[in-house]
Design a protein around this ligand. Sequence first.
Ligand SMILES: Cc1cc2nc3c(=O)[nH]c(=O)nc-3n(C[C@H](O)[C@H](O)[C@H](O)COP(=O)(O)OP(=O)(O)OC[C@H]3O[C@@H](n4cnc5c(N)ncnc54)[C@H](O)[C@@H]3O)c2cc1C
Length: 337
Amino acid sequence: MTDDAHPALDSIAERLGDRLTFPGDPRWNAVRSPWNLAIDQHPVAVAAPGDLDDLRALLAAARADGLQLAVQPSGHGASGTLDGTVLVRTAAFDRLEVDVEGPVARIGAGVRMGGVLEALAGTGLVAMSGTSGVVNATALTLAGGHSWFARSLGFASSSLRAVELLTADGRHRWLRDADDPELLWALRGAGGAFGVVTAIEIDLHPAPVLTGGRILFESTDAAPVFRATRREHLALMVAMAGLVPLLWWLLGLLKGSAPLVDSLVTSLSLAAQWLLNRRVLENWVWWIIVDLISIPLYASRGLPLIAALYVVFLALCVQGWVRWRALVAAEPVRAAA
Ligand SMILES: Cc1cc2nc3c(=O)[nH]c(=O)nc-3n(C[C@H](O)[C@H](O)[C@H](O)COP(=O)(O)OP(=O)(O)OC[C@H]3O[C@@H](n4cnc5c(N)ncnc54)[C@H](O)[C@@H]3O)c2cc1C
């Protein structure tokens, strides 16, 4: 309970039960903290309304007590102290509908962007997601939202078709451009300054052909990930078998002599490596063998720079190989491959 300064809020405490937390509660620090722990926020209370009726009751109580509401699904974008404010968590608004014909998605205010992308897997469609799957989809979109696909499709807020909004006067409705173009314009970037959004409807887009990117995974998952990407790994090896010798040869041309023989030896050794490669983890071993052959070869032909590069490369390979051994010890990949 709060002190007597917030009687209306106290009066709905029984209705909301565990979903309304006040300072002094053992859970207080956990519920008030944002994702961004650098921000130390001290709201009057933290509410996690279970449905629209809870939310309406909360809004009415906050108004009666002269308090503000701040919607903060997870607190990635937390920025202030929240004095005189009731913090609202939207996790219960977790409805998610995908219409692949639209193609649109209706997303509850508690849904994370990662959840939207998971629902779209296999449909050939994407939502305008940012870099992190745990950022809330509504918050990202209302804040403008810089997506992976921003350069071709604009900001995430440009894909916002409609919002389901609870305004300070207690009205709750879906709004589109035709209903209130200025409000929709403001919601596309100005965040939650105009009411509590309980759901959004966004355009979905055909998934682009990916030509680059990054894969992040736990180091303990490295072995299965590399098993799954074995083909790509081999393609890279083939490309290197062609490119590396070509570079060597061009370097030689610049120096005035073209070490074509060395280029061909490198090419052949890489090609042999690729042919002999049966399992991706063995790459390290082949790299090491190739290096051990190449270093004296280049050194004896008076190419100290290339020989030195191979020494560095060898050191990296040995280091990689040692790491792989540790990973394989943790999970017996060879047995499973
Ligand atoms: C790790 C990380 C990665 C990020 N990546 C990207 C990225 O790739 N692209 C990008 O554009 N941004 C990115 N951001 C910024 C992030 O998208 C914004 O800060 C976003 O607003 C965070 O949403 P949230 O729910 O997680 O944060 P919160 O702090 O919980 O919410 C942020 C604000 O959104 C408003 N809001 C949220 N939900 C509602 C609602 N239902 N009704 C009314 N208002 C609401 C409120 O004003 C609230 O203060 C990233 C942030 C982090 C920390």
